[in-house]
Design a protein around this ligand. Sequence first.
Ligand SMILES: Cc1cc2nc3c(=O)[nH]c(=O)nc-3n(C[C@H](O)[C@H](O)[C@H](O)COP(=O)(O)O)c2cc1C
Length: 186
Amino acid sequence: MSDDRQWPGHIHPLLAARFSPYKFDPSGRVDDRTLGLLLEAARWAPSAGNSQPWGFLAARPGEPDHERVLRHLAPSSARWAADAGLLVVAVTRRTVDDSEVMYSEFADYDLGQAVAHLTIQAQALGLSAHQFRAFNLEALTEELRPNPGWAIVSMIAVGKAADEPPVVRQRRSVAELRADPWAARA
Ligand SMILES: Cc1cc2nc3c(=O)[nH]c(=O)nc-3n(C[C@H](O)[C@H](O)[C@H](O)COP(=O)(O)O)c2cc1C
């Protein structure tokens, strides 16, 4: 594990500058064009067999869905996510309708890629994204009632960051990424 006390070097500035804010500027609105671009970026993610198993519910402050989503956040995420200009519920298609037949073996994996696209598009637009799982999954599922086969996985708060990245950001080293999964090799 290494402490990265400065911006990671040499990777693309959009990746290097990304962090998950714990404070959003409540005046930072997300307009229709921006929302469209975020979802467009998600749409162009790669997926297994081009199955595109992702789906989203997008809600901005003042919209009825925003209140419906907000009431199921855990206190830990409500503290900062409520001020974000946009909340996105990320949903994946795990099974074919209500059968037990898998829609795609890679449904959650592919949703993650679509969310990564959205996150970097947000960064390119001068916004920040904070993905989170701190919400009541059962209650939110009951509230939003996704179609059979679809499952809520995570949420993303998007908006104008009102804090700075932490001074120390812990990441496993590249050497660890390469070595940890494998038995020591001569
Ligand atoms: C699937 C997922 C779930 C997460 N859940 C939470 C959460 O519930 N609360 C939270 O504060 N952050 C959550 N995060 C954010 C991570 O804690 C954060 O990405 C990680 O600490 C690295 O920090 P960084 O994004 O600023 O580089 C989540 C991130 C992902 C991808």
